[in-house]
Structure formats: C-alpha cells, structure tokens
Design a protein around this ligand. Structure first.
Ligand SMILES: [Zn+2]
Length: 233
C-alpha cells in the first residue's frame, strides 16, 4: 500500500501519494493558502523538491489556486487533461453552473463576488503530461475521467483508493456526498454509478474526509429526483 498524506488547507484536501522517487501531489488549494501548504509540508517532513508530479483533478480555484507556484517551486511535472487547456489559461472558474440546493445560492453569489475564491494564476499546459496516456502506470497509479462536476473530472486510482476530486464531497458545503457546484447533473449521476461499479473501497475527495464507496451507494439511491438551482441567470 502506498503511503498517503494530506497537506490540506482551509477546507480543501491536497493529498500526497508516495512513489519510488518522491511524491505525487493531488490538487493544490486556494491561491491564498500557499504558505499554509508549505508549513504543512514542513511539519510532515516533506521537501518541496520531492514532489515530482502534481495532478489536477479539475479547473476550479480551490484546486488550481497555487498550482503554478508549486509547479515552479518544486520543479514538478503537471499531470492533467489537455482538454482543460483553455480553462487553465482563463484563470477563472466557469460561471453559469448549477447548485445542489437552492438554499446555497446566496453563499455562491457572495463567493462569486470575491475574486480570491474563484480566480487563480493561469497555467499553461505546454509540457504537461496527458493523464490519459497513463504516465504513472509503472508506479501502480492509473487515471480515468468522469464528468459532471466540471466538463472533465480527472480521477486517480491507487491501490483500493479512488481520488475523485469533487465528483463527490463529504465536507462543509456538500449536500450528502454531492458537490455543491454541478455543470451537468445527468453526467454527474452517471459518474457516481461508474464509481460504484469500480473495484475499490475508498473515495478520497477534494473536500471532507475519505469515505467508503458503499456510503456513496446509499446516497445515490436517494438522488433520483434532486432539485438544482441554476446560477448566474
Ligand atoms: Zn470543484
């Protein structure tokens, strides 16, 4: 079993997975959390230069916030989906998405008005590794793509763990195990079903604690008629 650490910042997980010559970092945090991240790394005895790869699950400011800085400071390679090139260059979350529950509309309008929560330093994917070519297969790490939280949600499998970004959540702001922001509800529901069909036990999410796949199964059963609220109309 590979060792997994969490250098997570305020409300966002940044997992480190051990490989033969260092670490793979899964997601960063908000742009303003970089110092917090560095302190967490120092506390856990992780040298920045030992981070060989940074995996970006999807292009949201709380995951790509200090991506550019950590790539430069660690001298790490980015693993992402080339299809996300334009979003990464935009430096901004996509607007006009759906919410899991109408009551969360106000919170999202407030966060949308605060650029520090929805913008990040643009990242150029030139030179990045395409996750779909399975660049870490020799390390026993494989990638697959789901959809619905954003257009492309990159997920990673390690042993019996699935790192799924925000395809599921369990932290503050989640509704059950659903993410708050949804770009395509039907695609997201399909993605949950794909996760349930996979032979792995644990879901490591971008927000909140890891949980068992069977907990997601119970949640999915109750989600047939969920109501969404469209944002930014
Ligand atoms: Zn997200």
């Amino acid at each position: 079993m590979k060792r997994v650490l969490n250098l997570g910042t305020i409300g966002v997980n940044s997992y480190l997975v051990e490989i033969s010559d260092g670490w793979v970092l899964v997601d960063t945090g908000y742009p303003f959390s970089y110092q917090h991240f560095l302190r967490a790394a120092a506390r856990q005895g992780v040298e920045l230069s030992s981070i060989r790869y940074v995996v970006l699950t999807h292009v949201h400011a709380d995951h790509a916030g200090f991506l550019k800085r950590v790539l430069e400071d660690a001298g790490a390679k980015l693993i992402c989906l080339p299809a996300e090139r334009d979003r990464l260059l935009s430096g901004r979350n996509k607007q006009n998405v759906y919410l899991s529950r109408p009551i969360l509309y106000i919170i999202n309008r407030i966060s949308a008005a605060l650029p520090r929560f929805q913008t990040f330093e643009p990242v150029d994917v030139t030179g990045a590794l395409d996750a779909e070519t399975q660049p870490l297969e020799k390390e026993g790490i494989t990638f697959f793509v789901l959809h619905g939280h954003t257009d492309n949600d990159l997920c990673m499998r390690v042993d019996d763990k699935l790192f799924v970004g925000d395809v599921c959540m369990s932290g503050i702001g989640s509704v059950g195990y659903s993410p708050l922001w949804i770009e395509d509800n039907a695609a997201l529901t399909e993605s949950w079903k794909q996760l349930l069909a996979m032979d792995a036990e644990f879901l490591y999410v971008g927000h909140g604690k890891p949980f068992l796949k069977r907990e997601l199964a119970e949640f999915v059963k109750k989600q047939e008629n969920r109501k969404l609220c469209k944002l930014y109309k």
